[in-house]
Write a protein of this length. Structure first.
Length: 297
DNA sequence: GTCCAGGTCATCG
DNA sequence: CGATGACATGGA
């Protein structure tokens, strides 16, 4: 196989290994593969899967793709990597905020250069938020793998099989009885179908959502889907649109980390959580991401 | 055995 | 309205 390498300079305050640590958390992830410092993944472009790999060397990302891919597809891969690792963001204001917030200073020192690793596909983010509701992450990844391997397409690249998240079409037609045998609850199956139908029948798309100007209306567009509550809506807005003010209220990991850092004394004290985020205006989503990161030590 | 996980909805009072 | 139970399973 003949490949071509594209280099992408990394910005200040970017640390590939911090990002790798997040990607490699020991969970049974099925939407990308890791091999040493190489990240492998496939995106879909005009109906075909485009596989690529990413590594870093001397302050540059090296992105490898098959040399036969079109210029347009190559652009899509670059755009995807850019979004996935939130490369274009200037983190310096966030780090200034962290440095003046005493309780958060350790986060800055420990995770410097960590980017908000996103989920560029809105459909994938919403389905993942449904899958992850109320169950531990080990189990959630297991459920996701079953869904992806059953309904998603895959392609081989550099000795790895790379799966792509299923389309709304394929999940709107999912086999409920089969997923029941795969330990999906009735609720999750219905909610995933609802999300798929919102895309197919109600005009939901990442583009349409991004065109809604204000945060509350975006959130309402998502919570209108049965199965998407405030947590899921904000999770998706944070991971897909990098919406700064999206805070997944009710998240157990979030409250746990705030408790660990002694920012709140009582895990049920929501006003204290709201007050804390008042201090982080514009960087709430990043703060949440760093707080989650802090749970892994 | 118990309790809680990267929640949400339906169904009460 | 706010409170409560069901959902499915695994790990501590």
């Amino acid at each position: 196989m003949v490949t071509r390498t594209i280099t992408l300079p990394t910005p200040d305050l970017f640390d590939f290994d911090q990002c790798l640590f997040f990607l490699d958390r020991g969970y049974d992830e099925c939407l990308y593969q890791l091999s040493d410092r190489l990240v492998l993944r496939a995106i879909e472009f005009e109906g075909t899967l485009i596989p690529f790999s990413i590594t870093e060397k001397e302050g540059k990302l090296l992105i490898e793709i098959e040399s036969s891919v079109t210029v347009e597809a190559q652009k899509q891969v670059l755009a995807y990597v850019n979004e996935w690792f939130d490369i274009d963001r200037d983190l310096s204001p966030f780090y200034e905020l962290l440095s003046v917030t005493k309780s958060l200073k350790p986060l800055l020192e420990k995770y410097k250069g960590l980017r908000l690793i996103g989920i560029p596909s809105l459909f994938e983010a919403l389905c993942w938020s449904v899958i992850g509701q109320q169950i531990n992450l080990t189990f959630a990844f297991k459920l996701k793998r079953r869904l992806v391997e059953t309904y998603g397409k895959s392609i081989k690249f550099k000795g790895h099989t790379l799966y792509h998240f299923p389309s709304p079409e394929s999940l709107a037609a999912l086999d409920e009885d089969y997923l029941r045998t795969q330990q999906y609850s009735r609720g999750k199956i219905k909610y995933i179908k609802n999300v798929a139908e919102a895309f197919l029948n109600h005009g939901l798309s990442k583009k349409a959502l991004a065109q809604i100007p204000d945060f509350e209306s975006r959130q309402q567009t998502l919570t209108a889907i049965k199965g998407i509550g405030v947590w899921s809506a904000n999770y998706a807005l944070m991971k897909t649109l990098h919406q700064p003010e999206a805070i997944p209220f009710g998240d157990t990991g979030l409250t746990q980390s705030l408790y660990n850092l002694k920012i709140i004394a009582d895990r049920k004290d929501e006003p204290a959580i709201v007050a804390f985020f008042e201090e982080m205006k514009g960087w709430e989503a990043y703060t949440v991401f760093y707080l989650w990161r802090s749970l892994a030590g």
